[in-house]
Design a binder for this molecule. Structure first.
Ligand SMILES: Cc1ncc(COP(=O)(O)O)c(C=O)c1O
Length: 394
């Protein structure tokens, strides 16, 4: 079966994913994914930090079945019940006043960048420059690839969107030197995910907030990966004692159904007026139904609390299991990066897979572990036992 699909993939699918991991899943339940030959894998990667509820959560499945049988799409020309209800819910749970729904993280970030520039444009102030961080990841559209602080994602697509500058994470001197009277926003991931799970220093985040307040600059946090409980708070900014002006979310928000969101405080959200921004699919009845069900499950099952508690436990157990082969174990909540002293990240990941555990690797020496937020202590203990046995081989 998989051989035929690989053949079709190679022949008909654009070669953007290269030689993929040679697995294909038929179904999933909880944290388990089942292969076409019936082999069961424990999912500690959650489809790149998306499947916070695990797979086929019965409450999400019922909500979606019900929605699919009633209505999929109308466009936002009309009022959309779930869209308004989900917007209300997100505002009530955060420091933000208004929401706009997109379909992906990149699209939410595009919206954030447009909103920041529009805010100053409306006031006749010539500010357009956006500071982002080296090693960041903000998406794959031309503008979000420009915002991304990694050359490999953007070099071939020049000319890029003008007005982006990058500084090193946690470099307060560079921040102060780079801000100028054209700076309209500073955009950061509070935990850099794609570059190996690297939380920003709290002092650096405070310095960003302070300089934004002093110099009339907007602070944008990209919580596409860190949001919806991943770090043990609903949004990661709550760990840093600051309130951003604009925030973006996606990944876990729909429990696996594509949805992105742009959240902003009223003073900046009001910069968008009818016609400035839009989308055909964003916030349609189906994706916002998924968002509502996801948030309900996260609340009812106390998954944010589980993320914090089990994340702390998981990291401590990993330290014990990996010991001095490990350079650092980073992350907050259930967003964990294990940096090995040797470039063995990919090999450890391959061994985990042989033992039916799914995780991710970044570069040569980092293992990325982002399990569904429904993971239990027993699941964590199973992973730790497996990796501690594997480490004997390295
Ligand atoms: C922090 C961050 N921002 C943006 C994106 C882009 O999201 P999407 O792939 O949904 O466009 C990602 C994806 O990994 C991400 O991790």
């Amino acid at each position: 079966m998989i051989e035929k699909i690989i053949e079709f993939d190679k022949k008909y699918y654009m070669n953007t994913f290269g030689d993929r991991v040679k697995l294909m899943f038929k179904e999933g339940k909880g944290i388990e994914l089942t292969n076409y030959d019936g082999t069961v894998y424990k999912d500690f990667f959650a489809g790149i930090a998306v499947s916070a509820l695990g797979h086929s959560h019965p409450v999400l499945v019922d909500a979606l079945k019900n929605q699919v049988s009633k209505l999929l799409h109308t466009s936002s020309i009309y009022y959309v019940e779930n869209q308004a209800l989900l917007a209300e819910k997100l505002c009530k749970k955060t420091c933000f006043d208004k929401v706009f729904f997109a379909n992906t993280g990149a699209e939410a970030n595009e919206g954030a960048i447009k909103l920041a520039r529009k805010y100053y444009y409306n006031q006749g102030i010539d500010k357009y420059e956006i500071i982002t961080l080296n090693n960041s990841f903000h998406g794959r559209t031309v503008t979000t690839a420009t915002a991304t602080g990694q050359e490999k994602y953007k070099k071939p697509y020049a000319p890029l969107t003008p007005g982006f500058v990058h500084i090193d994470a946690n470099d307060i001197d560079a921040l102060v030197k780079t801000v100028n009277d054209k700076t309209c926003a500073i955009m950061v991931e509070l935990v850099q995910g794609e570059s190996g799970v690297r939380p920003l220093d709290i002092e650096f985040v405070s310095a960003i907030r302070k300089i934004c307040d002093e110099k009339n600059i907007l602070m944008i946090v990209d919580e596409v990966q860190t949001g919806i409980g991943r770090t043990g708070k609903f949004f990661a900014y709550e760990h840093f004692n600051i309130e951003p002006d604009i925030l973006t979310s996606a990944k876990a928000l729909g429990g696996g159904v594509p949805i992105g969101a742009l959240l902003a405080k009223d003073f900046v959200a009001s910069a968008f007026v009818p016609g400035d921004h839009g989308t055909t699919f964003g916030g349609n009845p189906l994706s916002t139904c998924a968002g509502l069900a996801t948030l309900e499950i996260i609340e009812n099952e106390k998954l944010v609390e589980n993320s914090l508690e089990l994340g702390t436990y998981f990291k401590a157990e990993l330290e014990k299991a990996i010991g001095d082969k490990c350079k650092e174990i980073r992350g907050i909540g259930l967003m964990i990066g294990i940096e090995f002293k040797q470039p063995i990240g990919k090999a450890v990941n391959a061994k985990l897979m042989e033992n039916k555990y799914l995780a991710g690797s970044v570069g040569d020496s980092v293992l990325r572990v982002v399990p569904p937020l429904i993971v239990t202590k027993e699941d964590v203990d199973g992973f730790v036992e497996c990796i501690s046995i594997i480490m004997n081989e390295f």
